[in-house]
Design a protein around this ligand. Sequence first.
Ligand code: NAD
Length: 418
Amino acid sequence: MSESANPFESLQSQIDEAASYLEIDDDVIERLKHPERVLETNLTVELDDGSLERFKAFRSQFNGDRGPYKGGIRYHPQVSRDEVKALSGWMTYKTAIVDIPLGGGKGGIVVDPDEYSESELERLTRAFAKELRPMIGEDRDIPAPDVNTGQREMNWIKDTYETLENTTEPGVITGKNLASGGSEGRVEATGRSTVIAAREAFDYLGKDLEGATVAVQGYGNAGWIAAKLIDEMGATVVAASDSSGGIYNPDGFDPVAAKNHKNETGSVVGYPESEEELTNDEVLTLDVDLLIPAALENAIDGDLAEDVTADVISEAANGPLTPEADRVLESEDVFVIPDILANAGGVTVSYFEWVQNRQRFYWTEQKVNAELEEVIVDAFDALVETIEENDLDNPRTAAYVVAMQRVADAFDEAGSFP
Ligand code: NAD
């Protein structure tokens, strides 16, 4: 793993790269590079032993020109102001490339949740929700789960907000469980968009997905669903990894059985259909048609990228390639479907959740999946059009070109106040 890039600098360099293909004034580009506002707050929470502990927390509202800010809340010891700012920027361009009427935001608490009890985490989450209350709301800013947060935390935030506001407003947050107003199809959405985008890329490149070999790095929610769905599309999943290591079978294996093995034992390692155990790096550099990185950011740095042999990469994870790896893979003509498109299924179905909450009318899973399919295919078509119009080699740059133009148009049409 990785030269560790400052994520906010990475975001800004991606924006600069795309800006050279756009006819947007420099002063507007400057706006597109910075968050509109960042809340930095200290939460004082009572622990189970009666003592008090202070936790630093952030919420960045990057851009609201296309709609309310939207983005997750993560709990991690490495959460920082710059990381939250960068992630909120990526959300802005993610909602723009898939053309859903939302802006970008992100939040986080500097905490290792494994070190605290459930009741401590509940008090911490409710303390953060109290701080967030004036700035969130279904028409202002709509948080969601991210690293180490899930339906439980979302339900606490919703309850705190609704109690303080004396209302019912399920659309204030997404990623809730079904009983609290969640959406069908949300859990599978990220893996689903990752493989829809891969299928479209194979079609665009004139490659056959039937029988194509696939390696999946990271066998959590996004990765294992992607493995299951790409297998259903006729591809052959030959390798997978998690934090304990990797498995490989050149003839392919059953992704569902591998997941069941992981559920039972804690890891894919030791799965009986595996012929060979691989290291995490070996899974990333395996000679396959499609690589799906679905673990953490900066998984592939410039050095490792030299050894990557996949033809297509669909980024289920956020930021799995360092900027240097991106340059290496571009020079080697690897078609990289950028995270802001490939994993946008998560935020797209969050958007559907919000729509359903506002309508108080809930969709079937079939309808959710059909609508998601249309959104991702349209986004991929816009990407290809921009690649061809600008003769671009890097699909990531093309994605930013599409997304930044949409944000800039919304700003331009609204004008500036005051
Ligand atoms: P998860 O926690 O369910 O799964 C992560 C997996 O990665 C685990 O299996 C873990 O063992 C594995 N892992 C960790 N380090 C590894 C390493 N060095 N090598 C191989 N595997 C490793 O998380 P998730 O929800 O699947 O998210 C994965 C990525 O997808 C993250 O980057 C996340 O930001 C991104 N993402 C997720 C969603 C979503 O809806 N879940 C939406 C958008 C983006």
